[in-house]
Design a protein around this ligand. Structure first.
Ligand code: PMP
Length: 466
């Protein structure tokens, strides 16, 4: 992934040249038959070339998850790395899935538009949050996780050369989703205001709206916006969103609002939706995740909410990507949404995560490691600038070529017994230095894991300069 950015202009040019060589054309049947004759002449000596990765994926580096999650398992370290829960979903959600699985009629393909029950449950839950009566048929689309929903939107709207604005740090998956569809990512970082060597709020990570404006061109097509934010924990204010919305209007951009953590915000902050701003609905597609909402990241169900001209296009793409989404688990989520209110689930979830957040913040305060207090989501960025990692530590190659934060995370996993994620993965190569002093810690974990992490973090104390 980072290769792509390393010399982003050169790589972008290479990528676009490839696309020019092989334009996206329709194949009339006569052309297809000629193509079959041509390929019949190939023999096995061509295999070296045959098995070469496509230009679409050849530049991908090993992703951060497949480095640090296996490392955590291997070392049996306290895993605050990847953002999955290490506790089961509440019983009523498991029971919802059991009920759905036991229904013998719900095990076949669904309509690509998604299950009527889930769409109705989403419309019921989200209509008040969007201040409108959502049309479950045309304005809501269940997806195979937020990930696939995002991919479907890019496939639906990005033509080769279209520019997509990403606010750094960003969820790493966006990049591949954009470039695989021929788009060109353009980056604008959030910039922390004030002294990051002190405890600060995620509010203090600001988007410079003039810097954003300077990145917009006639090729800009989409801006991806994420609140509550991974990994900063920022919950954007209405005023901040209004500025982004104004630019989206001026430059005629589609807004992808990634709101997978929409149910996780901490007092006194509340989650607001950019789609609710004046004029924003028509250009905004909001992305949700059943995994984040119900602690079921392995179910791989998400959803898109937006006007019918955006949802319809995403549906066209999604039908040709996965055709349809997992039938029984869509039904399970429909039941889960219906039962959530009865169990006061969303309120309880915020209370539980507030407690987990306090626990991790206390552990960091105790050892004197500064951090950003998250207003939402379940991540804390800690600042490791003062941690003196021993020089000449034996890093494997996969870590050696990466920025400082990869080394800190690897060393911490091995020597301190706590796994964190290096956030430079969420920046383009040019801006990776902005993240090299930070580590991302996830607190969607049991008390046992958080307590073990707190205990192990004590070992870090002696490496922190006063
Ligand atoms: N967007 C963001 C900001 C995320 O953090 C994640 C998951 N880590 C996703 C999208 C993907 O969500 P899902 O698991 O539903 O595909």
């Amino acid at each position: 992934m980072k290769n792509f950015h390393s010399n982003s202009l050169v790589s972008c040019a290479g990528f676009l040249a490839t696309i020019k060589k092989k334009p996206f054309v329709k194949f009339p049947s006569i052309l297809l038959s000629q193509r079959i004759m041509a390929t019949n002449t190939k023999n096995s000596s061509d295999n070296k070339q045959l098995f070469e990765k496509s230009d679409r994926i050849a530049h991908f580096k090993q992703d951060v998850w497949s480095i640090f999650t296996p490392l955590a398992q291997q070392l049996k370290a306290a895993n605050l790395g990847q953002g999955f829960m290490d506790f089961p979903p509440p019983d009523f959600i498991i029971e919802a899935a059991t009920r759905a699985i036991n229904n013998r009629n719900d095990h076949q393909y669904s309509h690509p538009k998604g299950r009527v029950n889930l769409k109705s449950a989403l419309a019921k839950s989200y209509s008040p949050l969007f201040n409108r009566t959502l049309d479950p048929d045309l304005e809501i689309l269940p997806t195979a996780g937020a990930n696939e929903g995002l991919y479907a939107i890019f496939a639906a709207f990005v033509n080769p050369g279209d520019e997509v604005i990403l606010i750094e740090p960003f969820f790493d998956q966006y990049i591949a989703n954009i470039t695989m569809n021929g788009g060109v990512p353009v980056f604008v970082p959030l910039r922390p205001q004030g002294d990051t060597n002190k405890i600060m709020s995620s509010k203090d990570w600001k988007l410079d709206i003039n810097e954003l404006r300077s990145k917009l061109t006639s090729k800009s097509k989409i801006i991806v916006f994420n609140t509550p934010h991974n990994p900063v924990g920022k919950v954007f204010s209405i005023e901040e969103m209004a500025e982004i919305n104004k630019l989206a209007e001026e430059f005629n951009l589609i807004i992808i609002s990634d709101e997978v953590y929409d149910r996780l915000y901490y007092e006194p902050d509340v989650h607001e939706r950019i789609a609710n701003l004046p004029g924003a609905w028509e250009r905004t597609i909001t992305v949700g995740s059943g995994g984040k909402t119900f602690g079921t990241t392995g179910w791989r169900i998400g959803w898109l909410i937006g006007p019918k001209h955006l949802i319809g296009a995403a549906l066209s793409a999604q039908t040709r990507i996965v055709f349809c989404v997992n039938t029984p688990l869509q039904e399970s989520l429909a039941i889960a949404f219906d039962l959530a209110e009865k169990h006061d689930y969303f309120k309880n979830m915020i209370e539980e995560y507030t407690r987990r957040r306090e626990k991790l913040m206390k552990a960091l305060t105790d050892i004197g490691l500064p951090y950003t207090i998250p207003q939402g989501s379940y991540f804390i960025l800690a600042n490791t600038a003062k941690v003196k990692v021993p020089e000449n530590y034996p890093y494997p190659d996969v870590i050696l070529q990466r920025p400082r934060d990869f080394k800190v995370c690897y060393w911490m996993a091995k020597e301190i017994g706590v796994v964190a994620i290096p956030p430079s993965e969420f920046y383009c190569e040019e801006n990776a230095h902005l993240a090299e002093n930070f580590i991302r810690l996830a607190f969607c974990k049991t008390d046992k894991t958080l307590d073990e992490a707190a205990k192990n973090l004590q070992k870090l104390k002696k490496y922190i300069e006063k």
